[in-house]
Design a protein around this ligand. Sequence first.
Ligand SMILES: [Zn+2]
Length: 97
Amino acid sequence: MRGGEINYVHIDMLRLQAQLLQEIEERRGFVPCEGLEYSAPCEAPAEYMVADATRPGGGGSEIEIRPAWFCRTHLSELLGRDPGEQPLSRRIEGPEK
Ligand SMILES: [Zn+2]
């Protein structure tokens, strides 16, 4: 497999997000879904992180790309399909018996 379908996250980003996750959970008890830009804020507990989500930036019309947290419903809307179960570790092609 080569090209655009490979997902990857730098270990430092993982560390940072894990730290943020812990801080938010300690403060609020759970990490809230950030919802979609064009709909009402969602406060459901997040179940997924999108590493390269596009979000409105500080300046209003600007768009920034950053990790964002989503509940399953909103990630489904974003993807156009159910995100499925994780951890994702599966054999796609195996040797024939
Ligand atoms: Zn949501």
